[in-house]
Design a protein around this ligand. Sequence first.
Ligand code: NAD
Length: 373
Amino acid sequence: MTKTILCLPGDGIGPEVVAEATKLLDCLQQDAGLEVEVELGLVGGSAYDQHGTPLPDPTLDAARSADAILLGAVGGPKWEALPYAVRPERGLLALRSELGLFANLRPALTYHALADASSLKRELVTGLDLMIVRELTGGIYFGQPRGVRVGDGGEKEGFNTLVYRESEVRRIARVAFEIADQRGKKLCSVDKANVLESTELWREVVIETSRQFPAVALTHMYVDNAAMQLVRQPKQFDVIVTTNMFGDILSDAAAMVTGSIGMLPSASLDAGGKGMYEPIHGSAPDIAGQGVANPLATLLSVAMMLRYSFAQAATAGSVEQAVDSVLNDGLRTADIAAGGAVPVSTSEMGDAVVQAVRRLLAESPSMRQDTRG
Ligand code: NAD
């Protein structure tokens, strides 16, 4: 059955990197039997310019009916002085919460050819393949009550509420166990159960959920130790599951361990497996319009879409292998070029990946139209 993908290029380099993703989707339609219809929509600053809001109703309606969403990036200096409620980033946050995208998947993967780009020693990151599963719609970022008030004694105080319901923990734990079950079968749940009651409950529910996944080895780690272990020996982890705020911080640390922000994709999923896929980088206003942005994070976001929303793991693998192969051939955009390598443009990198995908699909027909659930 034909699936619908809503593409939201957004602002800055967003349209440049999403253009490469649409080339890839065209190629997968022609060569891998992928049956998709691609629609375009406005979000962020470009939506504000046309509709006076960063998330116009037609975009939200199209996002609700699409099977998956591919987003570039939003924001930029042009919109920084706008009131908070209509800033480009609000469009993105509203989209995530309107669609109930509670599970944020952030892989941190080191490509052999780029191991020297990491801030850690090569041997610590070579072969790193870690997945952080972050709860995205609950916890302290959303808990009520919150605010700034005048407390006893007339002094102002800021306060937030860290609250997790059992059902919220159970659904994110299930996503993490399912992913671990398909990967290295190791799940580390990160909490602060020694001082926070809400994460004591988190731990209890994760342990309870683990009974349905006997093949996955579950461990627990306090967040301060997890931060340390991520930079000490990141390869000890397979899948990490954690709360919204801890995941926010740990996933950025893990991203930097891999060395380049232009390489990392992400997925945000709802309870039915529908997802929004996006590179983790922003709109990079400093290089927008120059045709030099690295499109690989966006192309790898398409691979995540194939794997998690369309259950086409083999085709996803062809995209990931193609990225590996162009890097091994020495192709680099400016952000990952080192040692005098002549950088290629955004579209040259996109074309090279598409060509490599075509070659891989021709060589291994089993990578086409994988319908395993
Ligand atoms: P950024 O990720 O846009 O840029 C940080 C640095 O990384 C810049 O030097 C940029 O040139 C570089 N960079 C980022 N992506 C790259 C790529 N694909 N190829 C090559 N280089 C790349 O972060 P920022 O500068 O803090 O934010 C810029 C704008 O993006 C802000 O308005 C911010 O709010 C927004 N933002 C949006 C998202 C999103 O849409 N998901 C995420 C983060 C920031």
